[in-house]
Design a protein around this ligand. Structure first.
Ligand SMILES: Nc1ncnc2c1ncn2[C@@H]1O[C@H](COP(=O)(O)OP(=O)(O)OP(=O)(O)O)[C@@H](O)[C@H]1O
Length: 306
């Protein structure tokens, strides 16, 4: 991880159906940065706004306000050439490899889609070689290239999805719950592969998850989301070892402990969301170096006292 910011998100706001009775504030004044070479984990329960943030960063949704900068460039103002280059540099890996791979295409054509769009192969032979290399990179066999997605297991399909994302040599990958549709037994394999590729290919990740144990393992820093807001940001060790916001504490207390004896004495902490609805002015306060919590001035002083 370097000290160069690859992605900067500032005061981002996005509501679905704005002004209507069914308005949903999916992103509520969210700010965070991701450093080059970093894995930033975004956690929170279903509906907290994680996917919407990912899709907004990739310019698939238009926010009502806020800024997104990638390598210093304003993503929301990008057009034609710049946007094309951004769409190559920033890739997405989806939750459900079954749904995100076109079942009627051969694996080699799925993986090479981006290579074709961005004209990254000199000729057919070069294209085939690149696909073979990518298959090897994700732990699949080059003989797999002429097969169809249905011939693979869930874990293998996700490896194909990873190869497809890597094919255009991106700098940044948004992985949206990449393992939650997989069998528990193979989740760790896919996370290990992603971690290994991140280091080897010098990638930066936004890793979206609700599985807190995996996100801890892969992330350098973590943002905790609830109701469209980021409530806590810190290093993975800090957020897990020293959670400050009551929501984070509650979320962590819900993780089952593998040791049956300890699991018996685990006490889930119930979260009281009043602090999110009392109308008091809150912002991110740095409680200890690099550890930020969404709080009022008074709450921040209280948190700092410990
Ligand atoms: N296209 C849409 N139109 C209207 N509301 C939407 C749309 N997409 C998401 N929402 C709403 O926005 C909120 C945030 O959803 P989002 O999918 O970003 O959450 P999430 O944290 O990624 O959840 P999950 O883990 O279930 O994917 C939810 O209340 C959701 O119902």
């Amino acid at each position: 991880m370097t000290d160069k910011k690859l992605l900067e998100v500032k005061n981002l706001n996005l509501a679905f159906n704005p002004g209507n009775a069914n308005e949903v504030k999916a992103i509520d004044n969210v700010s965070f940065d991701i450093y080059e070479g970093e894995v930033f984990g975004l956690v929170g329960e279903s509906g907290s706004g994680k996917t919407t943030i990912g899709r907004t960063i990739l310019k698939l949704y238009e926010p009502q306000s806020g800024e997104i900068h990638f390598e210093g460039k304003d993503v929301l103002k990008m057009k034609s050439v710049e946007l094309r280059s951004f769409r190559k540099d920033a890739q997405m890996i989806f939750q459900d490899p079954q749904a995100s791979l076109n079942g009627r295409m051969k694996v080699k054509d799925i993986i090479a889609e981006g290579i074709d769009i961005h004209h990254l192969a000199k000729n057919k032979e070069d294209r085939d070689n690149q696909v073979e290399h990518l298959l090897e990179l994700v732990g699949l066999n080059k003989d797999h290239s002429s097969r169809y997605p249905y011939e693979f297991s869930g874990g293998q399909r996700q490896r194909i999805g990873i190869a497809r994302a890597l094919a255009v040599r991106p700098k940044f990958i948004i992985a949206d719950e990449p393992i939650s549709a997989l069998d528990v037994s193979i989740q760790a394999q896919v996370v290990n592969l992603m971690k290994q590729l991140q280091k080897q290919e010098k990638l930066t990740y936004l890793f979206i998850a609700h599985d807190l144990s995996m996100v801890k393992y892969i992330s350098d820093r973590i943002g905790v989301m609830h109701w469209g807001k980021i409530l806590e940001i810190g290093t993975s060790d800090e957020v897990y070892g020293n959670p400050i916001h009551p929501y984070t504490k509650s979320l962590l207390s819900a993780i089952p402990i593998p040791d049956p004896q300890e699991e018996l004495s685990r006490k889930p902490i119930e979260y009281d969301p009043t602090s999110e609805t009392d109308g008091k002015k809150r912002e991110m306060h740095e409680i200890t170096p690099g550890h930020f919590v969404f709080s009022t001035d008074e709450e921040a002083a209280e948190f700092a006292r410990g």
